[in-house]
Design a protein around this ligand. Structure first.
Ligand code: ZN
Length: 446
């Protein structure tokens, strides 16, 4: 079994309850195979016993960040739909543009998005998109970790439920431990109750969770209440979606009763994905993260797609989440250890890997990130956790490991030709930017 040593780093210890975040200097992290085997004071082991030695030279060693909700190939649409509210963003921008999408775009778009994520310290992504066999191919090639969902709309009918369930079973049975799959109905406003019920039943039969957009805005909740007397969250409860582990994207439009329902069904896997940059850009409601956490709901950070979020790193969402909670509840809300807990341990639970990811601890998967905190913007470094939340830039990440393998070295992905990915993205720009609103793939009318 391959053995790797990360020598002389400062290990970030984030408490399981999110109350503290403690940097422990001069530590060696010993990795056997794909898991952390030991963490001990620097100097106690003989480096010659290892297949690979990574000199941390005092850099911070932290758990890989987890992007709990994305549409990675949408990096190919970034910058095309700006300054629009959600209904126009969908109907005049995104859904017409997605009509241009060809299956191979998903491969190159996923590689492009994965470069940005891995190089900024995001080691796991929960993705929700189309033509996902190309996503699998790209993620395997670049060496990331993912929880994938093949997005389906109610208009596609039962066949889509069966087909995507077959694909989910194929992925989960393939022995590719870095990539797992869940069912992925799009949203209560694009999937009718019978379709949601059928998807929930199928997920139950094959023993997997569901990843779905839910209660994205207060307007969606009001529309659901006036059309049928119940909220989108109650729709998910009634249709049996919550009987399986559920990854809920957004939940910005929830009321107090909705929070109680989500908390009642919170399992060891699943929770809420929080994408504050997207909410701010679309001028939408901000999810009550602090209330979710107080109710016992797991919350993780997310980018959503780059068509709304523009970038794929999680440093910006991390500080936006913190500052938005402070803006609403006062400066004591979302203290630094809690923010880091959301980004790591809590996010691991959201993507169904609570015991395997989210902490630098013996026995966990070696998905680790080295952060160079010697830059001017971190100097003088009185408080590492504070600087990590409020000052860190994606380019501070130097080295990234997934499953014990080095996938980013000197700030660059190691497994693929970056230039080829960039030229493939550029070659697709003109075709992907053609906008014919009459040919949109869906219509937003919650
Ligand atoms: Zn989304």
């Amino acid at each position: 079994m391959k053995q790797t040593l990360i020598r002389n780093g400062t290990v970030l210890d984030i408490a399981a309850d999110g109350t503290t975040a403690t940097p422990i200097p001069q530590q060696d992290v010993l990795i056997k195979g794909n898991r952390i085997d030991a963490i001990q004071a620097t100097g106690a082991v003989d480096a010659r016993h290892f297949d690979r030695v990574i000199e941390a030279n005092g850099q911070l060693i932290m758990p890989g960040l987890i992007n709990t909700h994305a549409h990675v190939p949408m990096v190919l649409f970034r910058g095309l739909v700006e300054d629009m509210p959600i209904d126009r963003w969908f109907n005049e921008g995104i859904w017409p543009l997605e009509n241009n999408l060809e299956p191979e775009d998903v491969y190159w778009g996923t590689l492009l998005g994965m470069i940005e994520m891995l190089e900024s310290g995001v080691t796991t992504v929960a993705d929700h998109y189309f033509h996902m066999h190309h996503s699998v191919e790209a993620i395997e090639k670049i060496g990331g970790r993912a929880l994938l969902g093949w997005a389906i709309f109610g208009s596609l009918g039962q066949q889509a439920v069966n087909d995507t369930a077959d694909w989910v079973e194929e992925i989960n049975g393939s022995g590719t431990s870095r990539i797992r799959a869940w069912m992925a109905p799009h949203a209560p406003y694009t999937c009718d109750d019978d379709f949601l019920r059928a998807t929930a039943k199928k997920a139950n039969q094959i023993g997997v969770g569901l990843h779905i957009h839910a209660s994205e805005t207060k307007a969606q909740t009001e529309a659901s209440l006036s059309a049928r007397g119940i909220t989108p969250i109650q729709v998910l409860e009634e249709t049996g979606i919550f009987d399986q582990p559920t990854l809920l994207a957004h939940c910005c439009g929830v009321n107090e009763r909705d929070i109680e329902i989500i908390a009642k069904y919170q399992k060891h896997e699943g929770g809420i994905a929080h994408a504050p940059k997207t909410y701010l850009k679309l001028g939408e409601d901000i999810a009550p993260v602090t209330a979710f956490r107080e109710a016992g709901i797991a919350v993780g950070l997310a980018t959503d797609g780059a068509a709304s979020n523009n970038t794929m790193d999680l440093w910006e969402p991390l500080r936006l989440m913190s500052m938005l909670q402070k803006d609403r509840l006062g400066a004591e809300a979302m203290p630094i250890p809690q923010a880091l807990h959301v980004a790591t341990r809590s996010a691991a639970q959201v993507v169904g890997l609570a015991d395997d990811l989210g902490a630098v601890e013996v026995g966990r998967l070696a998905d680790l990130v080295l952060v160079d905190m010697s830059g001017i913007h971190h100097t003088p470094l009185h408080q590492i956790p504070a600087s990590l939340v409020y000052n860190t830039r994606p380019t501070d990440v130097t080295t990234v490991l997934v499953d014990g393998d080095v996938v980013v070295e000197n700030g660059r992905v190691t497994a693929i030709d970056r230039d080829e990915v960039v030229s493939q993205a550029k070659a697709r720009m003109e075709r992907l930017s053609r906008n014919r609103p009459d040919q949109r793939i869906q219509t937003y009318n919650p």
